[in-house]
Design a protein around this ligand. Structure first.
Ligand SMILES: N[C@@H](CCC(=O)N[C@@H](CS)C(=O)NCC(=O)O)C(=O)O
Length: 207
């Protein structure tokens, strides 16, 4: 049985459990907490020296970085089930998967820490506005792409890129601030939520 280490409050952990369910792969999820860099948990640091979740354990193979885990699961499932096998479509899905982690994730951080987690030291209105402005600009890129194509980010097929982007869209709508209208993103989010794992992992209790 595969093991997923990490709390479900983490968007990166939810990416992994959604992918496992999309390929009907049974798994056990373990509630490892944060922060994990504490030297008191050397058994976790042995699996991921970054002390971060998620970690996937498949027999004697432990893997960290949520995107690498998604690609591993897609390759294990094979048959283009959750990652297209056509080279161009596969590359396009990986393009959006990488964009979510490198371009979208960093810009929302301050806003999320301030408005959702309410972390001390995150009450500078200028930085909140700046985070929201940059987040909005990225979401408009997604809006333009979805308005042009769809129903999924790579045309007609659901892929691991939709898992990452779907959870990101959910985070956008769940964060309390005045938003520009993004109708294609709204439709996309609704569509993904209509799916079994999507409805579970984009539920109102999660941000
Ligand atoms: N790039 C990593 C990021 C992992 C990450 O940031 N995990 C967070 C939770 S979403 C975490 O473990 N934070 C705890 C910490 O940094 O101590 C991935 O995609 O897996």
């Amino acid at each position: 049985m595969m093991r997923v280490l990490g709390r479900l409050t983490s968007i990166n952990v939810r990416k992994v459990v959604w992918a496992l369910e999309a390929i009907d792969q049974p798994y056990e999820q373990e509630d490892w907490g944060m922060p994990l860099r504490d030297p008191k948990v050397p058994e976790f640091l042995a699996l991921n020296p970054n002390g971060q979740v998620p970690v996937l354990v498949d027999g004697d193979f432990a893997l960290w970085e949520s995107n690498a885990i998604l690609i591993y699961l897609a390759d294990k499932a094979g048959g283009g089930q959750i990652l297209p096998s056509d080279p161009r479509e596969r590359a396009r899905a990986l393009q959006w998967l990488g964009w979510q982690v490198s371009d979208l994730n960093p810009v929302w951080m301050y806003a999320i820490f301030a408005l959702v987690r309410k972390l001390p030291g995150h009450d500078d209105q200028k930085q909140i506005d700046n985070s929201i402005q940059r987040w909005t600009a990225r979401m408009q890129i997604l809006e333009a792409e979805l308005a042009r194509g769809g129903p999924f980010i790579v045309g007609g097929q659901f892929s691991i890129a939709d898992i990452a982007l779907g959870l990101s869209c959910h985070r956008w709508f769940q964060t309390p601030f005045e938003k520009v209208k993004l109708p294609a993103v709204e439709d996309y989010c609704r569509r993904l939520k209509a799916d079994g794992p999507g409805s579970r992992w984009m539920a109102a209790e999660y941000n």
